[in-house]
Design a protein around this ligand. Structure first.
Ligand code: ATP
Length: 449
């Protein structure tokens, strides 16, 4: 829990600028539709970014689904029956208060006006001329059906969890699960955020990794505490600096009307402490509402005791893109080397790193045997071959990509059957027999490799 020992937030816009430009230059993340000037709130992950994100999702799936026999996975559709969003109250209530400035015509969230900055369209004043606040529904709409008359309005899901409730009965029965058990999903969600900002932190299209854990009412508090601790540990295990993550319990005034308890996992970004995941006790609200709106009974009867009840739900809801952003912020370091040179290095946990090893022959003449090593390693991991430019520059490129190991094949390698393995963080170099290279890297790459 937040124990007061966490560092205070200090805003560091320069650190964000550096990250955003490295992310574009190295192909981690950049604006969507960049050739058209971008589109606010939408981002594309490039060759390095997609690997990073896939590694994060795979580790989450491994931990939350594969390593457990009490959680099963699904992949539900993005568009659900429109009644879903009436039952969940998103149609009526999923909105943020919005104001417009009559002078500069910009739009702001009424609860975030401290960040609005000056108005540049008024003479003699830099104050905005705000309208009254009004509610703006954040769901993105679309029309289904070919003819306009017969079409129905549907919504792109603003959160992935609702289908985990509507699928509850089918999944429980088909997977032969008993309470307590969970259903997990990773997928896209969409919110028409009024002011997308802070790079990918607040986007209009993003991914969530969510799990709903269904429990007997008498066990809800213990399971809430279990998942709170479990999820905090996950973020430590993927390499986020422990002094920059904290649990922040919600105050009574912040809790959703149906929630009994909620705690965020926050990360200290250069722009502030901000939420990357939420753990929520949602009670029986969702199952009860979907029972009421669908007319299908979603309660269960305990086989042993014959007790009929609606399970309580503990939810864990991780933002995939926000966690990726935390991983990127957390990894970026600039390091002064002997001789005054500065190297930029992304110190990802090896299990998260987009590229696990780079194969770098000292000369283009050594391409043949070096390519053979690449072919062997790529059966195990995402690896990268590079024979262009001097070796120092190639090391630097891999440091910026966050590659934990560089494998150099030199002229001696042909004689002694050994390669040099360079460690990204210490820059130490070891001679390793080619026959033992896979085992050597396996041991040093850690969990998830
Ligand atoms: P916030 O208050 O920051 O808008 P929230 O409390 O509405 O977030 P939830 O509805 O609890 O967020 O969603 C769960 C997770 O989904 C969040 O912890 C976050 O990581 C992610 N998330 C929510 N909105 C966005 C967004 N616009 N862009 C990127 N990720 C998001």
């Amino acid at each position: 829990m937040g124990d007061g020992s966490n560092p205070k937030s200090t805003r560091q816009p320069a650190a964000m600028e550096k990250l955003v430009s490295l992310c574009a230059a190295r192909g981690f993340v950049f604006p969507s539709s960049e050739v058209y000037g971008g589109i606010n709130g939408f981002w594309d992950y490039g060759p390095l970014g997609v690997e990073l994100k896939n590694n994060l999702k795979a580790l989450w799936w491994q931990r939350m689904v594969r390593e457990r026999d009490d959680v099963v996975g699904v992949d539900a559709s993005i568009i659900a029956h429109p009644r879903t969003w009436e039952a969940s109250r998103h149609v009526d209530h999923f909105s943020d208060p919005m104001v417009d400035c009559r002078a500069c015509k910009k739009r702001f969230r009424a609860d975030q006006l401290d960040d609005a900055g000056p108005c540049d369209s008024r003479e003699g004043s830099s104050e905005h001329d705000f309208t009254d606040a009004r509610n703006f529904n954040l769901m993105l709409q679309t029309q289904l059906g070919a003819s306009e008359d017969a079409s129905i309005t549907a919504f792109l899901r603003p959160e992935t969890c609702q289908s985990l409730f509507t699928d509850f009965k089918r999944v429980r029965e088909s997977a032969r699960q008993k309470i307590p058990f969970g259903i997990a999903q990773i997928g896209k969600a969409f919110r028409n955020e009024i002011t997308p900002r802070n790079f990918t932190f607040r986007s209009r299209e993003f991914e969530q990794a969510e799990m709903e854990f269904f429990v007997h009412p008498s066990e809800r508090d213990q399971w809430f505490e279990y998942w709170r601790a479990e999820r905090l540990q996950f973020h430590k295990d993927i390499g986020l600096d422990e002094s920059k993550i904290r649990n922040r319990p919600h105050g009574d005034d912040e809790l959703a009307h149906y929630a009994r308890a909620a705690v965020d996992v926050d990360y200290l970004f250069p722009f502030d402490w901000q939420e990357i995941e939420g753990v929520h006790d949602r009670g029986d609200w969702d199952l009860s509402r979907h029972s009421e709106f669908s007319g299908k009974d979603l309660s269960i009867t305990d086989e042993a005791t014959k007790e009929k009840y609606t399970p309580m739900v503990i939810e864990t809801s991780m933002g995939v893109d926000r966690t990726c952003l935390a991983l990127l912020v957390n990894a970026l370091q600039e390091e002064e080397l002997e001789g005054g040179d500065v190297r930029t290095v992304m110190r990802f946990h090896p299990a998260i790193a987009p590229i696990k090893a780079a194969i770098l022959p000292l000369s283009k003449k050594l391409r043949g045997p070096a390519k053979e090593i690449e072919r062997e390693l790529c059966r195990h991991w995402n690896v990268f071959y590079d024979d262009s430019g001097n070796i120092g520059r190639r090391y630097r490129r891999q440091d910026e990509a966050g590659t934990p190991f560089c494998v150099t094949f030199d002229f001696d390698s042909q004689e002694d059957g050994k390669v040099t393995v360079r460690d990204r963080d210490s820059m130490d170099q070891d001679r390793v027999a080619i026959d033992e290279l896979v085992a050597h890297l396996q041991a040093r790459l850690g969990f998830g490799s």
